[in-house]
Design a protein around this ligand. Structure first.
Ligand code: COA
Length: 154
């Protein structure tokens, strides 16, 4: 872990994090989640959502849904000026640990086919490219890569 990432704490999502999250979301995604989408994660029995905090400042967030024994990663996002500090890696590591503890045996996600940063991050955890959803993203019709981590238990 890099020096900067060590000062970051990961905490469960709280309502007062959402304003900052929505701002990072708007800066980071072509199809941003709404304020309400994040609120829905708060009370979702099958969701796990973690916020990366530097002191009180939100610097990233990530979530997954547990569907039977599969973990579906829904988002991993780091504040633009805090990327390449190891925060994304901490978020994925923590989410997968949580999924494991809650009985998941495998994990999956969708990612834009051109998103090399995210693909590199997921591959470093053992996710492999398993399929393509053509024209999946409505803002620019970019393809989605479907990735799977087939055995979460190792
Ligand atoms: C993808 C994202 C979450 C990575 O977060 P990050 O905190 O910058 O990532 P880390 O510093 O933990 O890097 C972890 C690994 O990811 C990969 N990676 C991260 N940024 C990269 C880049 N710009 N180019 C290539 N690989 C990159 C590398 O494998 C890196 O490992 P390394 O540093 O040992 O080479 C961040 O770029 C982001 O928020 N992007 C916009 C939102 C997004 O696309 N989310 C993913 C889809 S939901």
């Amino acid at each position: 872990m890099r020096a900067m990432a060590r000062t970051i704490k990961l905490a469960p999502l709280r309502e007062d994090h959402i304003k900052a999250i929505v701002e990072i979301e708007r800066q980071s995604h072509g199809c941003p989640w709404s304020d309400q989408s994040f609120r829905n994660e708060l009370g979702h029995r099958h969701a796990c959502f973690r916020v990366a905090l530097d002191g009180a400042e939100v610097v990233g967030y990530g979530g997954l849904w547990l569907i039977v024994d599969e973990a579906h990663v829904t988002t991993v996002t780091v504040k633009p000026d805090r990327r390449r500090e190891g925060i994304g890696r901490r978020l994925v590591e923590t989410l997968l640990d949580e999924a494991r503890q809650r009985g998941a045996v495998c994990a999956t996600l969708e990612v834009r086919a051109g998103n090399e940063a995210a693909i590199g991050l997921y591959e470093s955890f053992g996710f492999v490219r398993s399929g393509v959803r053509k024209g999946y993203y409505p803002d620019n019709q970019e393809d989605a890569l479907v990735m799977w981590l087939h055995d979460l238990r190792t």
